[in-house]
Design a protein around this ligand. Sequence first.
Ligand code: HEC
Length: 210
Amino acid sequence: MNNKPERVVETLKSIPGYLKPFQKAFPGSKDPITFDNMALAIEVFEATLTTPDSRFDRFLKGDRKALASNEKEGLKLFMSKGCTVCHNGVNVGGAGYFPFGVKEVPAADVRPADDFGRFKVTNTAGDKYVFKSPSLRNIELTPPYFHSGKVWKLEDAVKIMGSSQIGVTLDHEESLKIVAFLKTMNGKQPSVTYPILPPNSDSTPKPLLK
Ligand code: HEC
């Protein structure tokens, strides 16, 4: 966010309206406005942004009618084709890093040659083109897909996954069924009330302009 830890703390401390809420959130702390407390506050807020009670969740809880038959067939394909190797767990993804292009290198616009993914962080040759397998919850609501943001149709994303990650060509019917299943993972969206932020003081650092 074009900022530095010390500046974040300096900014928060310069705004009188932040002191009380920080004292309230971190009782007993002599100096509650710290970088770590700021991060913790954002983290616990983000932890509330869950989207439970999708039709798939209801199905898992035993409501067999929560999914239509083509969606159930899509779920079967999702499991039998091996999508669950990388997209699994409570978020149906997000739990690990995997190469994008296990079986076949995706087209250059879908996986740009100069986007090395995790390699940029670890500098380890084996991490070239390695990305986090994203959660597939709410996937219908979050196009465009992949890091390149070049794929807008969910069916196209599913077909690309088939060829690049598991080395199979999914036909139109199979990919439509998988898409139908994926769309059952739209959950109840959180409602967020935006706070009115406390005003700056004269000593509040101004944004750094390039
Ligand atoms: C070997 C691991 C692996 C397998 C198997 C796999 N995926 Fe993925 N999937 C990934 C990774 C890694 C990405 C992220 C690529 C990127 O962001 O550029 C991804 C991205 C996606 C996306 C786009 C998500 C987004 O928010 O942009 C969809 C949809 C998807 N996978 C569905 C599937 C389906 C359906 C299957 C089975 C046919 C499958 N995946 C199999 C690892 C895998």
